[in-house]
Design a protein around this ligand. Structure first.
Ligand code: HSE
Length: 329
């Protein structure tokens, strides 16, 4: 048995580099060891180009052999994104008996049920808190903390970049196109901005939350989706004249009996009263409201994107996964 819990990191972009720096920070090492019951050891970081230096990461940890790295790990952490080669590496990790952590929301939205089944088959965990709203711990709340309750609905502002754009237009009077440009310049938009602007990113997140809350067999095609690109000056003016503010709202709600729930999901721009809790999300913030039969109405509000914030969620999942490794040793 290894004296440490061996962590393999796949990807060293903004989030991956932030995760690696924390895992290598000696001041955090004791903290993680105390929380897990054994020290965490970053055994390697898989990257495409090993010659490029990465601030705060020991070059000796870099490898281009992701598959070889996976074989040496107790916990495999995928922060590379995309649909190739991430799923093959995660499958390999699970078949090797490693716990898996991923921040890859598009992969989960498309292949989540298959990966969950594979995790169950191999007796390993699949954790993905970072895939939805970064550091806001919403997956754990709907999947674990409320597992003894009956969640009835989830609604929120789950996409920071569209919220930034809509906030600039509504509160600062910036023209829609300029607001989109500014969001892009600040790095808020996905590489393909239509992911944000057409509501695909929000749709992927609400699908993950619906699955986490209800175990629902749903996909992104089940989301009734309207993005923000069709909004006109008239829409913004009418909303303002009525004291309202337009937000891109993602929601999921359950109908039918708890043992056989029917789940409906939507993403669409909504003109909300200024004092609506969802209207309180300013600039790039996210907010989500969860209604459950016994718990009532819960609200989580915070930063739903950003390298450090997303790394916080990934580290939380790593600690959770590492505890499983220690328990099963
Ligand atoms: N483009 C996403 C957003 C990034 O704006 O929320 C975080 O998922």
């Amino acid at each position: 048995m290894s004296q440490t819990v061996r962590i393999a990191l796949l990807g060293a972009g903004t989030v991956g580099a932030a995760v690696a720096r924390r895992l290598c920070d000696p001041r955090r090492a004791d903290l993680y060891a105390a929380r897990v019951g054994r020290p965490l050891e970053l055994v390697g970081v898989a990257v495409r180009d090993t010659t490029r230096s990465r601030d705060g990461i020991d070059p000796a940890l870099l490898t281009a052999d992701a598959s070889g790295l996976v074989e040496r790990a107790d916990v495999v952490v995928e922060v590379m994104g995309g649909l190739d080669p991430a799923p093959a590496l995660l499958e390999q990790a699970m078949r090797c008996g490693a716990q898996v952590v991923t921040a890859n929301k598009q992969l989960l939205a498309q292949q989540g049920p298959r990966l969950e089944a594979l995790a169950a088959e191999n007796g390993v965990g699949l954790d993905y808190e970072a895939a939805v709203m970064a550091a806001i711990p919403v997956v754990a709340v709907v999947r674990d903390s409320l597992a003894g309750d009956l969640v009835t609905s989830i609604s929120g502002i789950v996409n920071g970049s569209t919220n930034y754009v809509l906030d600039l237009v509504a509160r600062k009077g910036v023209a829609f196109d300029d607001a989109v440009r500014q969001a892009g310049e600040l790095g808020y938009l996905e590489a393909d901005p239509t992911e944000d602007l057409e509501g695909l990113d929000a749709a992927a997140k609400i699908v993950l939350l619906a699955r986490a809350a209800w175990g629902a067999d749903v996909s992104i095609d089940d989301v009734q989706r309207t993005g923000i690109t069709g909004l006109t000056d008239d829409d913004f003016e009418t909303a303002a004249a009525n004291g309202k503010i337009i937000k891109l709202v993602a929601s999921a709600w359950r109908s039918g009996p708890p043992e056989n729930p029917r789940v409906e999901m939507g993403v669409r721009p909504v003109a909300l009263p200024q004092d609506d809790p969802l209207a309180q999300a300013r600039e790039g913030a996210n907010v989500v409201i969860i209604e459950a039969e016994s718990a009532g109405r819960l609200r989580l509000h915070g930063a739903g994107a950003g390298g450090e914030e997303t790394a916080s969620a990934v580290l939380g999942d790593i600690v959770r996964a590492a505890r499983r490794v220690v328990r099963s040793a």
